[in-house]
Design a protein around this ligand. Structure first.
Ligand SMILES: Nc1ncnc2c1ncn2[C@@H]1O[C@H](COP(=O)(O)OP(=O)(O)OP(=O)(O)O)[C@@H](O)[C@H]1O
Length: 554
């Protein structure tokens, strides 16, 4: 292999899964077996796709201490100072004014347990029953802020528990588990209005979020949440809306906008609008549907959004929550125009979105040794325990390399990403022909086909799931121990989401990118942008051999 020099040192690669807080998530399947490899040092360079903007000026101080179980909790006193800043008024005229002080009470980060976060007793009971004991960092930070009714952008690495970070405060104020004294929007509005709308860019993610809600609502109340995803029978969804009068709907932009336009989904007095994977929802494909959703959810009764074209002026009470592991500046810009005094919430910090400077790009990694030194509040998009490798293979040998990679790492649950459906089908055919249990997952499959494949993969009936960008975001399969990029993603953001399908919630995970020789520079670019080392490797005699890059000395 041209990029590798001879193996130098042998060490054990322990790929076992870290202890989990939630036993129900632990796979019965064996973790990675011990594998022999040589050791190398990969290049670490500064990132260009930096999120430094997010950390330029901390609005408050935190002190942190490590807890067992890989959970960090911190104590903080936050006071967002009165700042003289430019406020863009709804009529488009910029004014300089004093923005009202945003005060967040002391202690939101001191929470060790869910009861300390101020969640209602019925919800705490359900959490306990489902085996959730300790909040993750991002949950400890986000939950009190959302309970205080702030609009937020939640950014934290893949698999860090962002879904519960917004779902728990919503269930504290909406539906049968809510706080006794909480008055909701519907008490003054129409009985048929939903109170929370959650938008996700794919059906799979939408359905996964619904399952999280259902889990906490329990069998008796699970009809309080309704899924409105594309590809499923629309009239059945409309019937369910009419019959069950759900408090919460979760869906894809197209279907939500469609049913809303038909007058069968009433969201005007909605309290919460969540945009999960917000950076994806900002893409051109969703533009028209998202515009409708932003204009109608939580719209002030009697106002005509078409008169102003400004979603902010046409609503009063809606709380907007935007979520993603990757927050490019477009999200910051969107938060400024869609949300009210939005706060950027990360694992151990809260700051005003207004304080994020325009000019600085968003940093994808918190690796201080390799990233922009001007940032004092690093952000991370990738789970810290992930290992990143790349190997060089000719295009015609890629599937064989994938197979050897799976064997060498003794991976039990693998997601292999490709870019084109036809090649993806060929890959499954080749793997199956070589005796490896594989299945395809892509948009050409119907809703039923997609859920069946996913179910089989989650059950362990399928070892290698060959898929495309469809599965890159949000897909939560705890057992996934290896992600392979058989074809490289388009950019570092897509890499981060693909890679984040493994190593979730403190588990170990491995990501291998198989590239052709002329593509090595792309991998180097990802390494630079993400601020994590990518080690060159090859698979020989059933082993992962990690090499050093030419010209590098240890
Ligand atoms: N406090 C907790 N204790 C135990 N398990 C948790 C906790 N919070 C979340 N989980 C579990 O962790 C897994 C990952 O959570 P989740 O899917 O919300 O991550 P995420 O940050 O949204 O990831 P992504 O960015 O990839 O969408 C889920 O299976 C979820 O049920």
């Amino acid at each position: 292999m041209p990029t590798l020099v001879a193996a130098t040192r042998v060490l054990l690669l322990a790929g076992d899964i870290l202890p989990l807080r939630r036993l129900s998530l632990v796979s019965k399947r064996a973790p990675f077996c011990t594998t022999v490899r040589s050791f190398s040092q990969a290049d670490r360079e500064n990132g260009t796709l930096t999120l430094a903007s997010l950390g330029s000026k901390s609005d408050f101080k935190t002190t942190n201490k490590r807890r067992p179980n890989n959970i960090v909790h911190s104590e903080a006193s936050i006071e967002l100072q009165r700042t003289e800043e430019k406020v863009v008024k709804s009529n488009g005229v910029k004014e300089v004014g004093v923005k009202k002080s945003l005060e967040i009470e002391t202690a939101p980060f001191a929470a060790n347990s869910f009861p300390e976060l101020g969640l209602p007793p019925l919800l705490l009971e359900r959490l306990g029953k489902e085996g959730f004991t300790d909040p993750t960092d991002v949950q400890s930070t986000a939950i009190p802020v959302i309970l205080k009714s702030h609009d937020v952008v939640i950014q934290s690495y893949t698999g860090s528990g962002k879904t519960l970070a917004y779902l728990l405060p919503i269930l504290s104020k909406v539906g049968p588990l809510k706080m006794k004294n909480h008055l909701n929007g519907n008490e003054s509005g129409k009985k048929t209005d939903v109170e929370a709308v959650i938008v996700a860019p794919s059906r799979e993610l939408g359905m996964q979020i619904v399952r999280e809600f259902e889990k906490l609502l329990g069998p008796v109340h699970k009809k309080m949440v309704q899924q409105l995803v594309g590809g499923a029978n629309r009239s059945r969804q409309e019937d369910a809306l009419r019959k069950n009068k759900p408090s919460i709907v979760v869906g894809t932009p197209g279907r939500i906008a469609e049913i809303s336009a038909s007058g069968k989904l009433h969201t005007h007095s909605c309290q919460f609008l969540v945009l999960d994977e917000v950076d994806e929802l900002l893409s051109f494909n969703f533009r028209v549907d998202m515009q409708r959703i932003l204009e109608h959810v939580g719209r002030r009764s009697g106002s005509d959004p078409r008169a102003t074209r400004d979603p902010l002026t046409s609503r009063i009470e809606r709380q907007t929550i935007m979520v993603s592991a990757t927050v490019p500046f477009s999200v910051i810009r969107a938060a400024r125009s869609w949300a009210k005094d939005p706060l950027l919430v990360q694992a151990k910090s809260v700051k005003s979105v207004e304080s994020v400077p325009h000019s600085e790009p968003i940093k994808l990694s918190g690796n201080s040794s390799s990233t922009n030194s001007s940032s004092n509040l690093p952000t991370e998009s990738l789970p810290p325990a992930l290992k990143h490798y790349y190997c060089v293979a000719r295009v015609q040998h890629k599937i064989d390399t994938l197979r050897r990679c799976v064997h060498a790492l003794d991976a039990k649950s693998v997601i292999a990403f490709m870019n084109h459906t036809r090649q993806l089908k060929d890959a499954v055919f080749k793997l199956e022909a070589r005796g490896m249990n594989a299945a395809e997952l892509h948009g050409d499959l119907g809703k039923l086909g997609r859920s069946t494949v996913l179910k089989k993969f989650k059950n362990g009936e399928v070892r290698v799931l060959v898929t495309n960008e469809l599965s890159a975001r949000g897909l939560d399969v705890a057992e996934c121990d290896l992600v392979v990029n058989v074809e490289l993603p388009t950019d570092a953001i897509h890499y981060a989401h693909r890679a984040g399908r493994t190593g979730r919630l403190g588990r170990k995970g491995t990501v291998v990118s198989i590239c052709e020789e002329p593509e090595v520079f792309v991998v180097k670019k990802f390494q630079k942008q993400l601020g994590v080392p990518f080690e060159p490797c090859e698979f020989t005699e059933g082993k992962l051999i990690v090499g050093e890059e030419k010209g590098k000395s240890r």
